[in-house]
Design a protein. Structure first.
Length: 171
């Protein structure tokens, strides 16, 4: 019996970042979803932070690209269009954007914006699939919370730029 308990305790379980449930519907559910998923919080703050550190047109272009394609991804997910590799793409985006922001990598806007747009599409797809059906209020809530997180990342950029020599030199 102890062996069975040990085997069950050590058996891998699926990591479901978007399981649905009561928070998968309505304005409040949509608003809370990005705030309750660590992957979402990290990516959205990081997009805002990176945009703020890059400055100039990137301050609006990167968050705008993220929000726009996130909305598209949500719409696709809500009508049942599933893209392959969404969860793996989200994980990769957390790592990639973290490195780009931490090193203040100054990609041209023509490269950075499509990259961020792809990340937004992946995150939107995850949100839309969770909702499971076309639900405008859920989408509006998720987009509003995302805008708040992107704005918080932008706000963090100013004090952090003073601490990061590479950001100061680039500004």
């Amino acid at each position: 019996m102890k062996k069975l308990a040990l085997i069950l305790a050590l058996a891998p379980l699926p990591a479901l970042a978007h399981p649905g449930g009561p928070l998968a519907h309505g304005l409040a559910g949509g608003f809370l979803h990005p705030l309750l998923g660590l992957d979402h919080v990290v990516v959205m703050l990081t997009v805002g932070l990176w945009a703020g550190l890059l400055g100039g047109r990137a301050r609006l272009a990167l968050p705008g690209a993220f929000l726009g394609t996130m909305g598209l991804g949500m719409a696709l997910g809500m009508v049942g269009v599933a893209m392959p590799g969404v969860e793996a793409g989200i994980l990769a985006s957390v790592l990639l954007l973290g490195v780009l922001a931490a090193l203040v990598v100054r990609l041209p806007l023509a490269t950075a914006a499509p990259l961020v747009a792809l990340v937004g599409l992946l995150h939107g797809q995850a949100h839309g699939l969770e909702a499971g059906a076309p639900e405008v209020t859920y989408a509006l809530g998720a987009l509003a919370a995302t805008a708040v997180l992107l704005g918080a990342g932008l706000a963090l950029a100013t004090p952090l730029a003073r601490l990061l020599p590479r950001a100061r030199a680039a500004a």
